[in-house]
Design a protein around this ligand. Structure first.
Ligand code: SF4
Ligand code: FES
Length: 248
């Protein structure tokens, strides 16, 4: 199939970006990233600068393949990362607009690649368990209620891609931060440092320049892992509790 791509090109963080049009021939069995690979091979053959885009696992688990396709972070398929999007969803002659994630806390490095170290710093501020939990316990030694481990697992499926931030009109990182906090809060090992974690991660999130959550809900809609905004509601509750615990 012959496609027209309108791709955001930007040399570096300081330069002004612009859209450039390309024609590419893809086949229905390709993934979206393979289609971009084909275009890049052609650009390299023509001694032109290939389009910079991030990718790693290409299996929907690492969160690297972050781009906005036709106005939607990770493209038009719900619950799907860009690397899992396939060209069979497109038709001959389609025009596809591809841009980087746009958010103050995610500056563009080049073309479709943005700097997401702000997410790393939120994790570094508390998204871990530092207490000594000993050797890996036997499977049934530490009972966890079924509903709790399911909630923990759902929250843990966040791949840190940043689509929630790109989808949010306020550029809020609440879905990401709340998923990480809820994941740990549901498990006995994570409860010990919970209040400190909540205060530190929220403080870091604010410091990084992410906006406030105003309950738009676009984050949940565009999240490729369908992380629920219930995590945000829980985080708001945890935050109030943690502030009071600190004051006691
Ligand atoms: S909550 Fe969803 S959209 Fe946000 S970083 Fe995690 S996986 Fe990506
Ligand atoms: S490349 Fe890893 S999730 Fe897409």
């Amino acid at each position: 199939m012959k496609l027209t791509l309108k791709v955001w090109r930007q040399k570096n963080a300081e330069s002004k970006g612009y859209f450039e049009k390309y024609q590419v021939e893809a086949n229905v069995h390709m993934s979206f990233l393979e289609m971009l690979d084909v275009l890049n091979e052609e650009l390299i053959e023509q001694k032109k600068d290939p389009i910079a885009f991030e990718h790693d696992c290409r299996e929907g688990i690492c969160g690297a393949c972050s781009m906005v396709i036709d106005g939607k972070p990770h493209g038009p398929q719900t619950g799907t990362t860009t690397c899992q999007l396939h060209m069979r969803f497109y038709n001959e002659g389609d025009e596809i607009v591809i841009e980087p994630f746009r958010a103050r806390a995610f500056p563009v490095i080049k073309d479709l690649v943005v700097e997401r170290a702000s997410f790393e710093r939120i994790i570094q501020s508390g998204g871990y368990i530092s207490v000594n939990t000993g050797q890996a316990p036997d499977g049934n030694a530490l009972p966890v209620e079924a509903s709790k481990y399911e909630e923990a697992f759902d929250a843990a499926s966040c791949i840190g891609c940043g689509a929630c931030v790109a989808a949010c009109p306020n550029g809020s990182a609440m879905l990401f931060t709340s998923a990480k906090i809820n994941h740990l809060e549901k498990l006995p090992q994570g409860k010990i440092e919970h209040s400190e974690r909540v205060l530190n991660m929220v403080a870091q999130m604010d410091k990084e320049g992410f906006g406030n959550c105003s309950n738009v809900g676009a984050c949940e809609v565009e999240c490729p892992k369908e992380i629920s905004t219930e995590n945000i509601a829980n985080l708001n509750k945890f935050y109030l509790e943690s502030v009071f615990i600190k004051q006691e």
